[in-house]
Design a binder for this molecule. Structure first.
Ligand SMILES: [Zn+2]
Length: 241
């Protein structure tokens, strides 16, 4: 089977698309639907999956969970009515409110990271972030020695608040690792080239496969919940109100 084309990689504002059914399979009590292309974000990168509806003239499918395995995106859920057949054209509709909340939380994680770099805190970002509504956080390798945690919390919050008020545009660019050197804080070794880089304004880029707000103003607000050591790492908990 060919891989599923990930339309959200090129445009994360899209909430609808046309797709073709590659496979439809019953699985336990549920049905798994695989498509040639999708706007549904599968769980990954610390970000939860989208939910929504897939429909055609022949049926309506409720998407309850989305997973990616071996290049194929599997939409897991149930048929509310009718059925689909292999090769059939269907329409995908993502739940926009859920997507927006997850995009705000995820983008806020990048913004916290930007603020920490701007403050000159010598921590290295760790990819193990958690961008779920129940207590999101970002993780760093580094030390809290000599740092006033309360002041740091206030300083990060202030920088985030200012950036949200200014409202930088968020864009997708594809670039080589050389081009990334001057604008990306950390560059993973296993990145394909050219890599997808999310640009917050013109001078802060993050190689990332997640979904993001189109403008930092859409995050609305970021508060820092806590900064604490977690094993050998530092965890910065934040909230998006
Ligand atoms: Zn991201």
């Amino acid at each position: 089977m060919p891989s599923t084309k990930l339309l959200y990689l090129e445009n994360f504002s899209l909430l609808e698309c046309e797709s073709k059914v590659l496979e439809i399979l019953p699985e336990n009590e549920k049905v798994t639907l695989t498509l040639d292309q999708t706007i549904f974000y599968p769980q990954g990168g610390g970000q939860p999956y989208d939910t929504g509806i897939i429909e055609s003239a022949n049926g309506k499918f409720i998407v309850e969970e989305v997973r990616s395995t071996d290049g194929l995106v599997r939409h897991i859920g149930k048929l509310e009515n009718g059925n689909f057949t292999k090769g059939e054209e269907v329409k995908c509709l993502v739940d926009g409110a859920r997507r927006m909340l997850h995009s705000r939380i995820h983008s806020a994680g990048h913004l916290v990271d930007w603020a920490i770099e701007k403050l000159g805190i010598p921590w290295t970002p760790d990819p193990r972030g958690y961008h779920y509504p129940n207590g999101p956080y970002v993780t760093y390798n580094g030390s809290l020695d000599g740092l006033d945690k309360e002041k740091l919390k206030a300083d990060i919050e202030q920088l985030c608040t200012e950036a949200i008020a200014k409202g930088r545009e968020v864009n997708i660019l594809f670039m080589t690792k050389d081009e990334m050197q001057s604008i990306c804080r950390s560059i993973p070794n296993n990145l394909p080239e050219p890599a997808r880089v999310i640009m917050f304004g013109s001078d802060f880029g993050v190689p990332c496969g997640g979904t993001h707000v189109a403008n930092l103003s859409e995050i609305k607000s970021v508060t820092i919940r806590k900064i604490k050591p977690e094993g050998e790492n530092i965890r910065v908990g934040y909230d998006v109100l």
